[in-house]
Write a protein that binds this ligand. Structure first.
Ligand code: SF4
Length: 465
């Protein structure tokens, strides 16, 4: 039998050339077609072209920062989370300020420039506790950039602190202004997951809505703080939900730039996406599509039946929606990242997610639209609680970037270059024995000993183990 060539849809290469050059914008419908149908090598090519137009051909970046999870006590019950604890569980903790400062000192000692500090959404810590924490950090380490508190935390802060204001925006502004004054420099995009309500209601119990998430970022921009955005996919959502999520980030960024840029406002600087990690999570116990009784792989995945590009998907459209997970692999990850580079024409950086995908897929991400390898990670507790264990040091990250054909450079939070590693002193070029630099286990358990009862100076009881 002669081989038949599989059907390849006709893509508008002229449009893609214009998108890559920054002269045209993809519609959500067009991005969905690319995500579903364009062969990966070509999708990667166009995302790389767009990346090169923005960031040049030579340099790809990384940052040295430290994740500090100041508490694992959380009022939300996200079904994909293995990190959270109730306040009365034996291994619930709140890090004392001194412990946080010690962690930052260790970061500074290795040339780090930023902390990524997030909870748990702890119901008993008052606003003053956060102000004191930020104040202590800025007093001891004025040079360290504080990238902290994701949008779901801010929404819970409004609930916990009951600040003055008639609208959510006004209440958020009150809290965020106080924390900004105390030392908060920018807001990370944690808790983005998938914005579509049908998905979010299933996977993020007790967490803010997509609109609330975006409102937090808008207020941050109005106060002059930059932000980032994230997306966690490969669970119950459909492809259209991913594109809807990207479209929301793009549309709200347009609004922020139009309303605040001329007055020194902030903006969303980066987009990072990664596939759901299932180990130790309630959602991970859902069956993969195809493994359930009656699953018919010739039929669409339930999430794709439900998903709508405008976010209006109705769970009733498929009886197994929310009970089956897609579980993305490397190809789906690279496709999604590539489409994010092409769709998000107003976001500067696309981060490659080696922490979840592993070093080599992360490296491949640099040829599929990503310009940044993210962080040399000293510590991470949330994703790693769900089974992720990849950990790279500075030399390894530099080597991955160089082997992908680029010059590695350390950046700061604003994506300004701090050190371009183009000489023989580069961290990777000084290594003589790579056996000493094997990727290591990432998960650093927070020991009970690290988590002494907190001295709360503003009148709230300690909630630590
Ligand atoms: S993902 Fe974050 S918000 Fe959700 S339960 Fe875990 S710690 Fe809480």
């Amino acid at each position: 039998m002669p081989q038949t060539r599989p059907h390849l849809p006709a893509f508008d290469r002229g449009l893609l050339r214009a998108v890559a050059d920054g002269d045209a914008r993809l519609t959500p419908e067009q991005s969905l077609t690319l995500l579903r149908e364009m062969p990966l090598p070509e999708l990667g090519f166009w995302a790389d072209e767009r990346c090169r137009a923005l960031h040049g051909d030579a340099i790809r970046t990384y940052v040295i920062d430290r994740n500090i999870n100041y508490t694992n006590v959380c009022t939300a019950k996200c079904t994909f989370c293995a990190f959270r604890r109730d306040g009365d569980e034996a291994d619930a903790y709140v890090l004392p300020v001194e412990k946080v400062l010690q962690k930052i000192q260790e970061l500074v000692d290795i040339g780090g420039t930023q902390i990524l500090m997030q909870g748990g959404m702890h119901p008993d810590l008052p606003l003053g506790w956060y102000e004191e924490l930020l104040g202590a950090i800025k007093q001891r380490f004025p040079q360290v950039h504080a990238h902290a508190f994701s949008p779901p935390e801010f929404i819970e802060f409004v609930r916990f602190f009951n600040p003055p204001g008639d609208t959510l925006e006004a209440k958020l502004r009150f809290v965020m202004e106080r924390l900004h004054k105390a030392g908060l420099d920018s807001v990370p995009g944690g808790g983005g997951e998938i914005f579509a309500p049908s998905v979010r209601r299933k996977i993020g119990l007790g967490k803010c809505t997509g609109e609330e998430w975006l409102t937090v970022m808008r207020v941050a921009h109005s106060l002059g703080m930059n932000t980032s955005a994230t997306m966690m996919f490969g669970h119950i959502e459909g492809f259209a939900d991913r594109v809807h999520h990207m479209e929301q980030v793009r549309a709200w960024q347009d609004r922020s730039v139009a309303d605040y840029a001329k007055d020194g406002g902030g903006r969303c600087m980066a987009f990072i996406s990664w596939p759901f990690q299932r180990e130790n999570t309630p959602l991970g116990r859902a069956k993969s599509w195809g493994d359930g009784e009656g699953d018919d792989l010739s039929q669409p995945f339930p999430g794709d039946v439900v998903a709508k590009l405008d976010g209006s998907g109705d769970k009733a459209a498929h009886p197994e929606f929310g009970r089956r997970v897609r579980m993305s692999g490397s190809t789906d990850y690279l496709r999604t990242q590539a489409v994010s580079r092409l769709h998000l024409d107003n976001v500067w950086s696309i981060g490659s997610s080696w922490v979840t995908m592993g070093p080599l897929v992360g490296q491949a991400g640099l040829r599929h639209g990503a310009n940044d390898m993210g962080s040399v990670m000293m510590e991470e507790n949330v994703v790693s609680s769900a089974g992720t264990t990849h950990c790279l040091n500075q030399a390894e990250i530099c080597r991955l970037i160089r082997d992908a054909g680029f010059v590695p450079a350390q950046r700061d939070n604003r994506y300004d270059l701090l050190q371009v590693h183009d000489g023989p002193d580069s961290p990777d070029l000084r290594v003589t024995d790579w056996a000493q630099h094997r990727p290591r286990k990432l998960h650093v358990e927070t020991k009970a000993a690290d988590s002494k009862p907190v001295e709360l100076t503003v009148g709230v009881k300690s909630t630590t183990a």
